[in-house]
Design a protein around this ligand. Structure first.
Ligand code: FE
Length: 128
C-alpha cells in the first residue's frame, strides 16, 4: 500500500492532508484532530475533480499494527440534474474528529483525489 500513496509537504502540495492537533496531549484525555486537504494551496473541488475521502490512523509507539481513528467521505461535488458544477453545493474536504490514547505515537492521514490519487502525511504526538 505504501507504494501507491504519495507524500509531500502539505504547505507545498495541495493534495496532502494537513493534520492539525497538539504536539503534546494528556494521557487518556480526548483531543481534537483537524484534517483538511487544500489548507495552504486550494484544491479545485469540482464535479470533475475533488477529494472523495480522508482517513486517519494512529500507530502507538512499540505497536506493530495501526488502528483506524476514522474515515470521512465527502459527497457534494456540485452535480445536479442540470449537469456538472451547477448545484452550487460543494463539500469542503475538512473535518474535525476526536481521539484519546495512553501512548505516544504517530497520526497518519490519507486522502483520495479522484484524479490525482492517494496522498498521505504523518504527525507525531507525545503523551504527558
Ligand atoms: Fe486533485
Amino acid at each position: 500500500m505504501k507504494d501507491i500513496y504519495q507524500s509531500a509537504d502539505w504547505k507545498k502540495e495541495k493534495h496532502v492532508p494537513a493534520i492539525e492537533c497538539f504536539d503534546r496531549v494528556k494521557k487518556a484525555e480526548a483531543f481534537e484532530i483537524k484534517l483538511s486537504v487544500g489548507k495552504e494551496i486550494a484544491h479545485p473541488n469540482t464535479t470533475e475533480h475533488h477529494i472523495d475521502w480522508i482517513e486517519v490512523y494512529f500507530l502507538a509507539e512499540g505497536e506493530k499494527f495501526a488502528c483506524q481513528i476514522g474515515r470521512f467521505e465527502f459527497a457534494a461535488h456540485g452535480a445536479s440534474a442540470q449537469g456538472p458544477n451547477t448545484s452550487t453545493m460543494f463539500a469542503n474536504p475538512e473535518v474535525v474528529c476526536s481521539f484519546k490514547t495512553d501512548k505516544a505515537g504517530s497520526i497518519t492521514a490519507g486522502s483520495y483525489c479522484n484524479i490525482h490519487g492517494l496522498w498521505q502525511s504523518s504527525k507525531a504526538i507525545t503523551v504527558v
